[in-house]
Design a protein around this ligand. Structure first.
Ligand code: FAD
Length: 459
């Protein structure tokens, strides 16, 4: 019997791990990646003598067994470092996640008192909330009280998303909002007692893993090793190849058409695993999906991210490997050297300043003014002086963050229900699921989704 063929769309962590899983199960695998480098959002991006990345990237997971498996799969070249994250508040740097005492120190006394009262009020009110908050603003106010929301979250969240917090779904808070340590403890206690809004407590933020792993070439090098293993095991990987059509008939995917250097090729298959943005997948299926599904898909949006990478003639410029800032053009800056990434020349360090933006923004297509502003802001923060900057690079990630805009949930449900009618198609990973997740979670989800898809196929 001929081996079954799988086409995997996307060569990020999820696509690579799906390919590896299918190879172990005896499939012929063909992975198609649009970019010239493997690793997706986690890729190590060469520029000049160094490797940069799409913002802060280090591998972490609370599951020690999975970590061990992944580290051995990627050649045990990972360097583990304790998490060193700082948040800048009121001109001071504090360890992140924030402790109540640091918050207290960072605010003027009167404001701190009002925050404390608001927070206490929010905790007391928690057991009485049994409905879901209407939007992200309401959800954060329920967690921390209005004064703390306005002092700490409103401006940052609005700047990050480029829209009023009221226009963001409460689901965003459930998935990604950081918790202050004491608040987290009280809330998980309430949840264990069956009190409070369980939806908001349902998902851990994955901020708890104490050790972060990188390599001398950045986290992306781990995925380069995994890609080499896949190829050594007989899997095909095609870079610079864009999946343009998924051809379907009789409720199953028959073939994938991909384009490279302007030439289209078709690959027949028994299974398609897609890790590309789910909106794009739906739009590329032939024959076209029902118009209601296409409309729902076009209502799912992603936020892009521009990373300004700097080579700086100093050996260290940040207090911790990662620092969050308020009120600047960037929201986060990291220094990969502190995570074990090698920098050339050796008397230099690299910096990654992250700026979220919409792909329709002027900054996306004409980023020179943004880069200049980033340098001005870094200087104002005392991080770098312009004369220390040796090189400046720019990296863009179009689909960095699934945007949980109000009302996205039924659209996503409609799209996923429709995709579920194609018996040999799996849409998984961060982009395929439209779900905030780390690389480790994307990989584990890809494996679980592939196994569930095969069980359905073989039933
Ligand atoms: C700023 C930032 C920082 C992060 N930091 C961390 C961190 O420190 N640790 C961590 O674990 N996670 C981190 N993450 C999350 C991590 O990047 C993702 O969880 C992970 O990359 C998801 O993997 P994926 O394979 O599901 O998706 P992706 O990595 O997005 O991969 C999808 C792939 O599909 C390709 N593709 C898209 N369209 C097509 C097409 N038509 N044809 C072919 N290929 C296509 C893309 O080029 C991409 O390579 C961070 C994310 C961001 C945005």
């Amino acid at each position: 019997m001929r081996p079954r063929k799988a086409v995997i769309l996307g060569g990020g962590p999820a696509g690579l791990y799906a390919a590896w899983t299918l190879l172990q199960l005896g499939f012929e695998t063909h992975l198609i990646e649009r970019e010239p480098v493997i690793g997706g959002l986690c890729a190590s991006l060469p520029a000049g003598l160094n490797c940069y990345s799409h913002g802060t990237h280090a591998f972490h997971d609370a599951d020690a067994k999975f970590l061990e498996e992944f580290r051995s799969l990627t050649g045990n070249n990972a360097i583990g470092k304790k998490r060193q994250v700082r948040i800048q508040l009121g001109g001071q740097l504090y360890p992140y996640p924030l402790r109540g005492i640091d918050l207290w120190r960072s605010l003027p006394v009167g404001l701190a008192m009002r925050c404390l009262c608001g927070f206490g009020g929010a905790l007391l009110a928690a057991p009485f909330h049994h409905d879901r908050p209407g939007n992200a603003e309401e959800a954060i106010v329920r967690l921390y009280g209005r004064t703390l929301y306005e002092a700490m979250f409103a401006d940052y969240t609005q700047r990050f998303w480029g829209m009023p917090v009221r226009e963001i779904s409460a689901e965003f808070v459930a998935q990604r909002m950081p918790r202050f340590n004491p608040a987290e403890r009280v809330r998980s206690l309430l949840a264990r007692l069956g009190l409070g809004d369980r939806q908001l407590n349902s998902r851990r933020t994955e901020l708890g893993a104490p050790v972060m792993y990188s390599t001398p070439r950045g986290m992306g090098a781990m995925f380069e090793v995994l890609a080499a293993r896949i190829e050594a095991a007989g899997g095909r990987i095609q870079l610079n190849a864009e999946a343009v059509r998924v051809l379907c008939a009789n409720g199953s995917a028959q073939a994938v058409v991909w384009r490279r250097d302007g030439i289209e090729k078709e690959q027949e298959c028994d299974l398609v695993v897609s890790t590309i943005p789910v909106r794009q997948l739906v739009q590329r299926m032939e024959p076209a999906r029902p118009s209601a599904v296409l409309e729902a898909a076009s209502g799912l949006h992603w936020l892009g991210m521009i990373t300004v990478g700097l080579l700086v003639r100093k050996t260290q410029v940040l207090d911790g490997a990662v620092t969050y800032f308020h009120g600047r053009s960037f929201h986060r800056v990291s220094e990969p050297r502190q995570s074990g990434v090698e920098v050339y020349p050796s008397d230099c360090t690299t910096l990654l300043a992250e700026v979220t933006c919409k792909t329709s923004d002027k900054a996306w297509s004409q980023p020179s003014e943004l880069c200049a502003q980033v340098v001005r802001d870094l200087r104002a923060e005392g991080v770098v002086q312009p004369e220390d900057i040796v090189e400046q690079h720019l990296f863009r990630a179009e689909d960095a963050y699934p945007a949980y805009l109000m009302g996205f949930e039924p659209k996503l449900a409609a799209v996923r229900a429709d995709l579920g009618t194609i018996r040999n198609l799996v849409s998984t990973g961060r982009q395929g699921r439209f779900d905030f997740m780390t690389a480790a979670t994307a990989m584990k989800m890809a494996r679980a989704d592939v196994l569930a898809g095969l069980a359905r196929l073989d039933a």
